[in-house]
Design a protein around this ligand. Structure first.
Ligand SMILES: [Zn+2]
Length: 159
């Protein structure tokens, strides 16, 4: 989950940074992703707005973190994998997750403002027997302390 959180830091969405990571049954990380505009475009020419005329919002153009993690995956076969995501998936991502036979979705929060896509995702996950569970990042202070130690060590090596 920490890898998903760190992936979310790369998102340029000013209102919602989401990260995802796919882990194999043997616990190898196969793919990561964050929400961002489709590749190969001038990102500055696309809107981040989440209200107003649909074509003037981000929704038609943004690829979600979960979808990007699947697309960026180093493996074609994701059957039985776990997908870690900082935000409970929408129905569009749920379809891809089910199509790839991912076995489990682990999420940090389900606080998305889009209620119906989330409900549809739950229906898809139930029908496809995909397990869902919410976890909390325990001992955040310990994680940050260890990160700081590693970063300080590298900074010291460069000094
Ligand atoms: Zn989605």
């Amino acid at each position: 989950m920490l890898v998903a959180v760190i992936s979310s830091l790369r998102s340029k969405d000013p209102s919602s940074q989401v990260g995802a990571a796919i882990v194999s049954p043997k616990r190898h990380i196969l793919g990561t992703g964050y929400n961002g505009f489709v590749g190969g475009v001038d990102e500055k020419s696309f809107p981040w707005a989440h209200e107003g005329d649909w074509l003037s919002t981000k929704y038609p153009y943004v690829v979600h973190a979960e979808e990007n993690a699947i697309l960026n995956s180093t493996a074609y076969d994701l059957e039985g994998c776990s997908l870690y995501t900082t935000l409970f998936p929408c129905n569009e991502c749920a379809k891809s997750i089910a199509q790839k036979r991912i076995a489990e979705v682990v999420y940090l929060s389900d606080a998305s403002r889009l209620r119906e896509p989330r409900e549809a995702a739950r229906i898809i996950f139930t029908a496809a027997r995909i397990a869902c569970r919410r976890i909390e990042l325990s001992s955040t202070d310990e994680i940050l302390g260890r990160l700081r130690l590693v970063l300080d060590r590298h900074r010291g090596q460069n000094a």
